[in-house]
Ligand binder design. Structure first.
Ligand code: C5P
Length: 216
């Protein structure tokens, strides 16, 4: 039996969208593929996976419970509603900013440029990693970097307070593509996963999560 059998794992994936008005929004570039593949790999190993997902074109993986959200604030509320959990894997490309105000009616084109004021969104990963109660025993974040990948990711792990960071170099065509190269950064050091298919990265991470939860 897998160490993941019956373990509850919350995964975020896709990009959040932050409404400006009923037809316009701010968002990030993210296909959701890597997060969906991780959710699928964990479910395949027996975990009870809750996939909190921004809008994507992807079908829900087999044996995964998907919770659809749009904004970062919706994502945070959905994640909190799923706690306690054995692990939290934050793969989503959460928009760092949202419009200070969402118009209920479509704004005039001429007014857009001058009227858009932004406020910072909650950092879901940091919030969950620093919970006094209900902090999942394993909290994993992702870092998409275009340069100094490993160094920046080490710093990010400490800044966010998470246990692991999976860092990937997005200077090439990782965004929306089928392949990824990654570095797994933990308290014990780092492990490099050379460029391979995203499904293989998902399997590697699911294996590491299985090994970690077997000890918890
Ligand atoms: O700070 P940065 O956006 O580079 O951090 C990336 C990591 O933090 C990812 O795991 C992402 O899912 C998570 N994150 C989050 N909430 C935010 C911003 C990022 O959970 N508002």
């Amino acid at each position: 039996m897998s160490a993941l059998t019956g373990r509850k794992i919350v995964v975020t994936a896709g990009a959040t969208i932050e409404a400006i008005d009923p037809v316009r929004f701010l968002s990030n570039r993210s296909s959701g593929k890597q997060g969906y593949l991780i959710a699928e790999a964990l479910a395949h190993r027996g975990a009870d996976v809750r996939l909190v997902s921004g809008p994507t074109c992807l079908p829900c993986p087999l044996d995964v419970t998907r919770i659809d959200i749009e904004s970062a604030r919706d994502m945070l509320a959905a994640v909190e509603a799923e706690l306690p959990a054995d692990a939290f894997i934050a793969v989503a490309a959460v928009a760092d900013w949202r419009p200070a105000e969402t118009h209920t009616r479509k704004a005039e084109k001429s007014a857009q440029g001058t009227m858009l004021q932004l406020v910072e969104n909650p950092d879901i990963l940091k919030y969950v990693a620093n919970l006094a109660h209900n902090r999942p025993p394993l909290v994993v974040g992702f870092a998409a970097e275009t340069h100094d990948v490993s160094e920046r990711a080490h710093k990010k792990r400490l800044r966010k307070g998470c246990d692991w960071i999976v860092a990937n170099d997005v200077s090439g065509d990782a965004m929306g593509g089928e392949e990824n190269a990654a570095v797994l950064i933990t308290n014990d050091g780092e492990e490099t996963w050379p460029r391979t298919r995203k499904v293989a990265i998902a399997a590697l991470l699911a294996d590491r999560i299985e090994t970690a939860l077997a000890k918890m």
